[in-house]
Design a protein around this ligand. Sequence first.
Ligand SMILES: [Zn+2]
Length: 257
Amino acid sequence: MPEGDTVHRAARRVGEALVGKPVVSIETPHPRFARDRWPERLAGRGVRAVDAHGKHLFIRFDGDLTLHSHLRMSGKWGVYRPGERWRRSPRRAWLVIRTADHEVVEFDGPVLELMTDSRTRFDRRLAALGPDLLADEFDERAFLRRLRADEPTRGIGDALLDQRNVAGVGNAWKAEGCFLAGVDPWRPLARFSDDEALELAHVLRPLMRESAASGGPKEARVYGRAGLPCPRCGTRIRARGQGDDNRTTYWCPGCQR
Ligand SMILES: [Zn+2]
């Protein structure tokens, strides 16, 4: 599942392909968009910026129109040279933007909408997002304020997945961050000092930003490693569903407190 680092990396690649380049064509092959007339509405407009906030990606066109996408579990952005074979079936393409040098393709939706720039600022779902852990400057005070406003009995692992607390963290980085900070994902928010909560951001930020920049393989310490020995203390790693969405969390009961 794409987390904030993957989406930020996609935004950079899509931006390099589109910003300042004449758009040759825009297509929306998925039948869901047949009546939306995006090709007509976007005709002749250039792309002035591509950016991301957490797991949300925005393609900002000239004249106040912005495409907003969220990949959820299955979506993917692809950037290809003309004629290069796409990594997913063209039947799964929802959006294709062509320039002279690139084809930018969004596969498998499921959140793809055209909105005005002002709506990207006032849309309730987007306005509710917490500070982006991958932003050039992370707003630590906003992060702490939102954690403190959350349910004090909520486990930190569950709270980190809530994009209203902090944007960008998904299930894999949540498990890795708790492990690296030596924090039990089940420990309730009420039992965190500000410094302990910020330590999670401090261990995750450089790793996620590095991944966003390089896209190199992630080396999991606990994620997906249930039953294997902890790389720090040798105790068997455990796995159990956590939170309303029952997302599997991985942790070492020996060295995470
Ligand atoms: Zn351990």
